[in-house]
Structure formats: C-alpha cells, structure tokens
Ligand binder design. Structure first.
Ligand code: DC
Length: 228
C-alpha cells in the first residue's frame, strides 16, 4: 500500500554566523522536527584527522578515517551533543584547531561524498530541518522548503564571538572576523559544492534582524509550503 504520510525536509543554508544553527534548532524544538547540523559532521571529520595526524593531502589517511568514523548526534536535556567514535566532542569541534582546518576538509571530494551519503541516510523517514551550506542545492535539491541566510561579515563575526563567550571559548574578535572572511572565500570559491543560493530558495539578509524576527519570517515561509 502506498505510504500517504510523506516526510518533509526543510533546508537551511547560508554563510557562517548568519544564525542558521540557532534558527534551525529553535524550529526543530518548537515543532518536534529532527534537527541536523551538517557543519558539525565536517567538524568531526576534521577533529578525527587532527587526532590521527592525517593531513589535508593524505588521501589514504582520509579514506581510512572515513571508513572507520562513527558520528552520533544526540539531544540530551535540550542540549545537542556530538560523539566522535563514542567520545563526547561537543566542545572540541568548536575549538581553534578545528575552525582553522574545517573549511579545507569540507572541500575534499571524498569527505563531501561520504558526508552527503550519511546526511541522506540519517534523514530517511524523518521530518527534518537540516542546516548547512549545500543542503538545498546538493543534499536535498527537492527539499520541501529552502531558506538561504546572509548577513554582513562584521555582524556574523560579532555573533560568533558572543556565542563562543557563552560556551566558554576564548577567541579574540579579530581572529574570528578573519576566519569568517577566509571561510566565506573558501566556501564560495570551491570547485566542490560551492556555497550558493538554490534558485528556489527564499533569501533573508539577517544583518538588521533579531533572531526572533528571522524565526517568525522563516516559520511563515515554511507554513506556506507545509503543515508544521
Ligand atoms: O556551519 P559550520 O561553521 O559549523 O561549518 C563548518 C564548515 O563546514 C564550514 O567551513 C563549511 C563546511 N560545511 C560544508 O561545506 N557543507 C555543509 N553542509 C556544512 C558545513
């Protein structure tokens, strides 16, 4: 018998620090949808490479990492946790060493291919809000709703600085700003799944909006397409 209960995918893409994570998390929590932070998956691969002294051009080493990697995402008492090969790496994947390398790692074709496979597999049979860079263009080109967020580089660096502070991570503002600009360039000028808006995505510039305003706007856009 045909399954009439179709699951939906909400794709939220955009530059680093546009508020994608908070937005996706809030929507997931409010409407009982599964939340997936795909950036954290690339961060886990990066951390695994760092832990095993595997460099960005060590093709065999990277393949070995990918063959053995186990990434788990859980929500414990409202807090999203990430486990890499059974170790809690929630905090570690946000640290400087990972920040500095993750963009390059995310552009290694084999890494991308394996993460996209995993993202599709993890989403199967679920209503999901998936946040990343290429969800609407590459992972789920037929996503039910596509949102694309942008904001000025300065505003995004400010947001990440405050986020880090809350988490007890101490990185100077200038360093974060440089990292934001560096990653934007890397993400947009990559040959492998460059960051770009899907043609049918709804774009919002969040620079002058509060998180709440963005959320209200996004929820109203989602509700035009699906029943939450
Ligand atoms: O969202 P974030 O800052 O945690 O993402 C970390 C890095 O991973 C960032 O440089 C972009 C990359 N990324 C990607 O290439 N594709 C995704 N779907 C998600 C993140």
């Amino acid at each position: 018998m045909e399954n009439l209960c179709k699951n939906y995918v909400i794709a939220i893409d955009g530059e680093a620090g546009t508020g994608k994570s908070t937005l996706a998390k809030n929507i997931a929590q409010k409407y009982g949808i599964v939340y997936m932070d795909t950036g954290a998956m690339y961060r886990c691969v990066t951390l695994d490479m760092l832990n095993n002294n595997v460099s960005i051009d060590d093709v065999d080493g990277i393949s070995k990492i990918l063959d053995n990697i186990n990434i788990e995402m859980t929500n414990e008492n409202g807090e999203d946790k990430f486990y890499l090969n059974s170790c809690d790496v929630t905090k570690k994947i946000r640290e400087k060493q990972v920040n500095d390398m993750v963009s390059q790692v995310s552009h290694v074709p084999v890494v991308r291919q394996r993460m996209v496979e995993l993202q599709r597999k993890l989403a199967k049979g679920k209503n999901i809000v998936m946040e990343g860079r290429d969800i609407g263009t590459n992972v789920f080109p037929n996503a039910d709703v596509k949102i694309y967020l942008v904001a000025s580089a300065e505003e995004r660096a400010k947001r990440r600085f405050l986020q880090n502070k809350e988490k007890g991570i101490d990185i100077p503002f200038d360093e974060i700003y440089k990292n934001v600009v560096f990653r934007d360039n890397n993400d947009k000028n990559s040959n492998v799944a460059p960051l770009k808006k899907a043609e049918d995505a709804y774009e919002i510039d969040t620079t002058n909006y509060t998180l709440e305003e963005v959320e209200n706007l996004v929820v109203s856009k989602i509700k035009e397409k699906i029943e939450l």
